[in-house]
Design a protein around this ligand. Structure first.
Ligand SMILES: Nc1ncnc2c1ncn2[C@@H]1O[C@H](COP(=O)(O)OP(=O)(O)OP(=O)(O)O)[C@@H](O)[C@H]1O
Length: 659
């Protein structure tokens, strides 16, 4: 069984990686630099201003604007944590380059952390007067999944560990549902949250199913505290840095002074969590003193390398730095294993959970963790979930808790040309286990604390079997409850639908860029209508920051930004994917599709729409063509239109008022 699962995933991941790399490469190679800059995928006109040694002995390159051309760096979509390649502007695309991670990004300076293997290339860039930077595909994540799956294939027979048996075999699962006499730390937990925690404490595997706003993070935090209180050591993982940082931030608030440790590149962590970072802790305080002197010596050596003119001289000096690094590494290893083994809660991404710093500790002990919690499991590929399970197999973990919602966005999959690969990868561990064991180990959190009950109702009926309830504190709130907001026809209603079927609201297709990009759709008049509604809301004193505009189409997001941001720069505009896990007082949802063939594209994805319609707290305003949706042949969309006709305030926009 292990081999079957492992090999099937290995094949799918190899396919996915080739699709991903091909797509990025096609984009990077076929588009000229100017277009890559325009798309936010590259930054041009940079100069290398400084190179210094940073956290954990990495080299940090500081790039500034080439002031002969630009006074400020045009950052595009480059963000902290992105993997990038830096090349000399004069060189060909395959010329020498250097790869690193963005650790700081402002208009004045971009800092790139470079790993040891890349350092020579980084220093060679000193000779180039102008540089450019490209965002690239992260191959490390694929490598981690592949080496994990290879190890999974090597396992022989039925594993000893019971958690693994549930995942790989199919033993009968008889849930223990006996009530537990627990003292909860958080007195406000609701019944479904308490039940989910009790269940997780009593069973080897469990799922905390958290629909939007139902306090999944709240529940996971209480669970970690309960486990900690029982003397357990817990590993908390998730697919993204932001997912696990949100939990760590909350844990740090309720468990001040306790040993919480965050694994991962400090550039990718929330600032508030840096004080828990393994890298930061190993460099500061008593632990840092052990390695400080030697780090300084390395820095001095690097500083002198910069002044050397010839490549040969630089190479010689480089050797010396390498020797010093070896010594530094030995000392660091000791510091790091001491920190890991004294921590009781370790937080990391799924990929980061196999970090050498953690795995090396098995040289000192056979057991580090008792429980593994995977948050946002529905956004994680199953091969990603195997990373902590295999990396910490030696720990013989007693418990696996999965938290997520299978009715929100699935993990992003690039494969389009192979439905078997696509289906295999889009089936998450959550889905597979529910299929295997039914609902017996799934605990639904049933009370949401975000939305007015009318906003919640369609989602509850269609996606959660009508089981969701709105907490009393939010059930009837509207925009009028915001301080200073006036009560009028635009603020007192929770559901508005601007039905565009009678007006002139045609969808358009973005030009295809040399056939390299999937063309996206946009709808200019919908964007103008969104601006019209935003203006009304702001006139009624709804703060800009409380307003979000969502569209499933990236071309529409770009068009909305152009239309709305010159007047209202603080209104947040994003794709559905960019809004997952977030909320706003009011959400305007621009559906875009309006055509005579009744084609709906992305809108047919229930989970994407479910995320979109569950982001607002007090008002959901939909802009879309009801006829296109109703006649699309998609049952869910038909139901939504019918339900909305009964429950929303339907408006027929007059274009002459808007234009
Ligand atoms: N038992 C509770 N009593 C009162 N408020 C609660 C309770 N549980 C959660 N909340 C509130 O509900 C909101 C959502 O909680 P939380 O962020 O934990 O949910 P989530 O399910 O992780 O959210 P998301 O929908 O983003 O996944 C927060 O404002 C939180 O304070």
């Amino acid at each position: 069984m292990n081999k079957v699962i492992g090999e099937r995933f290995l094949e799918c991941i190899a396919h996915e990686q080739s699709q991903d790399t091909e797509l990025t490469a096609r984009l990077l190679e076929s588009l000229p630099l100017s277009q890559l800059v325009a798309k936010g995928l590259a930054i041009n006109h940079l100069t290398l201003q400084n190179v210094r040694s940073g956290l954990a002995g990495r080299l940090y390159m500081e790039l500034g604007p080439d002031t002969a051309i630009d006074q400020e760096i045009i950052r595009g979509d480059v963000r902290n944590g992105d993997l990038v390649v830096i090349r000399p502007s004069s060189a060909k695309k395959d010329a020498f380059s250097c790869e690193g991670v963005v650790t700081k990004c402002s208009e004045k300076c971009i800092t790139i952390a470079v790993d040891e293997a890349q350092e020579k290339d980084a220093l060679n860039l000193y000779g180039s007067s102008r540089l450019y930077l490209l965002k690239t595909t992260n191959t490390i994540t694929y490598k981690r999944m592949q080496s994990t799956l290879r190890k999974l294939c090597e396992f022989d027979g039925v594993p000893q560990n019971e958690v693994m048996q549930y995942l790989l075999d199919a033993p009968v699962f008889t849930p223990n549902t006996q009530p537990l006499k627990l003292d909860f730390f958080n007195p406000d937990l609701n019944t479904s949250q308490k039940k989910a925690i009790e269940f997780s404490l009593q069973n080897r595997i469990s799922i905390i199913h958290g629909p939007p706003g139902t306090g999944k993070t709240h529940t996971v935090v209480e669970l970690v505290r309960q486990l900690y209180n029982k003397g357990q050591r817990v590993l908390v993982c998730g697919p993204s840095n932001i997912a696990v940082d949100t939990i760590l931030e909350r844990l740090a608030k309720v468990m001040p002074g306790e040993s919480l440790l965050r694994i991962g590149h400090p550039a990718r962590l929330l600032e508030n969590n840096l004080s828990h970072s393994l890298e930061v802790l190993s460099k500061s305080g008593d632990a840092g003193a052990i390695t400080k002197d030697i780090s300084k010596e390395i820095d001095d050596n690097i500083a002198s390398i910069k002044k050397l003119k010839s490549y040969k001289e630089r190479k010689e000096q480089w050797k010396e730095v390498k020797e010093l690094r070896k010594e530094l590494k030995l000392r660091e290893k000791k510091v790091i294993s001491d920190l890991v083994l004294s921590a009781r809660v370790v937080v990391s991404t799924l990929h980061g959970s196999s970090a050498r710093e953690l795995v090396d500790c098995y040289k000192h002990t056979d057991h580090i963790f008792d429980t593994l919690i995977i948050d946002e499991v529905s956004q994680s590929l199953e091969p990603q979930c195997w990373i902590p399970l295999i990396a910490h197999y030696k720990s013989n973990m007693q418990k696996l808790v999965l938290a997520g919602d299978d009715k929100q966005l699935p993990p992003t999959i690039k494969t389009e040309d192979n439905s078997r690969v696509k289906n295999t990868l889009s089936t998450t561990l959550f889905d597979r286990l529910v299929k295997k064991y039914g609902d017996s180990f799934r605990n639904l959190l049933d009370t949401q604390y975000r939305m007015n009950s009318e906003i919640m109702e369609f989602s509850s009926l269609k996606m959660y079997g009508g089981k969701l309830k709105a907490a009393d504190s939010v059930a009837t709130w509207t925009l009028v409850d915001l301080p200073a907001t006036e009560c009028d026809e635009n603020t007192e209603v929770p559901l508005i639908w601007y039905d565009t079927q009678a007006g002139d609201f045609p969808e358009r297709a973005e030009d295809q860029d040399n056939g390299t990009l999937i063309s996206s759709k946009y709808n200019e008049n919908e964007a103008l209508l969104a601006l019209h509604h935003v203006t009304h809301l702001i006139d009624s004193n709804v703060p800009q920051e409380g307003i979000g505009i969502i569209s499933p189409y990236s071309a529409q997001v770009a068009f909305l930004k152009k239309t709305v941001h010159p007047r209202y720069p603080l209104v947040e505009i994003s794709t559905v994917d960019g809004f997952q896990g977030r909320e706003k007082e009011v959400i305007i949802l621009s559906l875009v599709r309006s055509n005579e063939k009744f084609e709906v594209g992305f809108l047919s994805d229930k989970r994407r729409l479910n995320v979109a319609m569950t982001r607002p707290k007090k008002q959901l305003c939909v802009i879309g063509n009801m006829e296109t949706l109703e006649r699309s042949g998609i049952e869910y969309l038909k139901d939504w239109v019918r339900w909305s006709e009964e429950h929303s305030e339907i408006r027929y926009p007059d274009l002459s008022e808007i234009l």
